[in-house]
Design a protein around this ligand. Structure first.
Ligand SMILES: [Zn+2]
Ligand SMILES: [Zn+2]
Length: 296
């Protein structure tokens, strides 16, 4: 679901499932009218039920389809609703505030319309996973956590910043607190996911050479018990130095202001298969999988 500007002065605003989005006068929406609050409306989308709760936070009225919103108005129409903030009701032509609020259909839930894709750096795969409510396990104003679509262990999550950061290469010292937060959220998720099983060990980290184009920290249990774990490349990407602990990345950012170049580490993906616990070398994936079942 997304908000699309009727005047096409800004890109559609994505409405993630259950995530409160506050809109109002800002550089992003290009709303200039002082009568429109900076936090005029709060919108929380419900993807499965295909509606959004629109709450008016600003002092002045806003409208949905020509009717004043007031407090806690539930918008449950199919298709598109039109949302207007203060000044548009006064028909000010120079200020552009009207938003089409698209409740969408199941098919609409996901990437916004084509206008965004050109400027977006997110890979289509990870982006649609980010907005897939069935994969989402946590979100706040800075991060989203999803289940990895192809988990390589019993528990495998991706912690991603809301901010569009392509990869670890694009990080600088200004991101230190974000990385700390991602790590903390990751540990909380791990703890929450297997409350009854305290023996489950997790690692938190980044791939040395990230394959997807949106920064993500892996939270992965060390059982590696999953049918999606199929290849030597998969195995080595999580059990060799190709998997860089979040702590190391955070340390590099705090001390050097950037992350080391690890491009040469792709060679590690060709390493022989070794048990991550006892380091025994195994001939192939089936043998490795059999071995790690007992080597815990
Ligand atoms: Zn990755
Ligand atoms: Zn072993």
């Amino acid at each position: 679901m997304y908000l699309q500007c009727c005047n096409h002065t800004h890109e559609p605003i994505m409405l993630l499932d259950g995530v409160a989005v506050t809109i109002g006068r800002s550089a992003g929406t290009k709303i200039l009218d002082k009568l429109c609050s900076r936090t005029q409306l709060q919108i929380v989308a419900n993807h499965s039920k295909k509606y959004a709760m629109v709450k008016q936070l600003g002092a002045n009225p806003s409208q949905i389809d020509g009717i004043n919103i007031g407090q806690d108005r539930k918008c449950d129409k199919k298709g598109t609703s039109s949302l207007k903030s203060r000044e548009n009701m006064h028909n000010s032509q120079k200020n552009k505030t009207s938003e089409n609020f698209d409740n969408g259909t199941a098919a609409d839930v996901g990437p916004p319309r084509a206008t965004v894709s050109k400027s977006s750096h997110w890979s289509q795969g990870l982006k649609s996973s980010m907005t897939d409510s069935s994969l989402q396990v946590y979100k706040d104003d800075r991060v989203i956590v999803i289940k990895d679509k192809y988990p390589k262990a019993k528990f495998h999550f991706l912690v991603m910043p809301v901010e569009n950061i392509v990869s670890t290469v694009h990080l600088n010292s200004a991101h230190a607190s974000l990385l700390d937060h991602m790590w903390k959220v990751g540990r909380d998720i791990a703890k929450r996911s297997c409350d009854d099983d305290t023996k489950t060990r997790f690692r938190y980290g980044y791939h040395a050479v990230p394959s997807m184009s949106h920064l993500h920290m892996h939270v992965i249990s060390q059982d590696f018990d999953s049918p999606s774990l199929k290849t030597k490349k998969h195995w080595n990407s999580f059990t060799t130095e190709y998997f860089v602990d979040a702590e190391d990345i955070i340390h590099e950012i705090k001390t050097e202001g950037k992350v080391k170049n690890r491009r040469h580490m792709t060679e590690l993906l060709k390493n022989a298969l070794r048990c991550h616990i006892c380091h025994t070398e195994l001939k192939n994936m089936p043998q490795l999988k059999k071995h790690i079942k007992d080597c815990r």
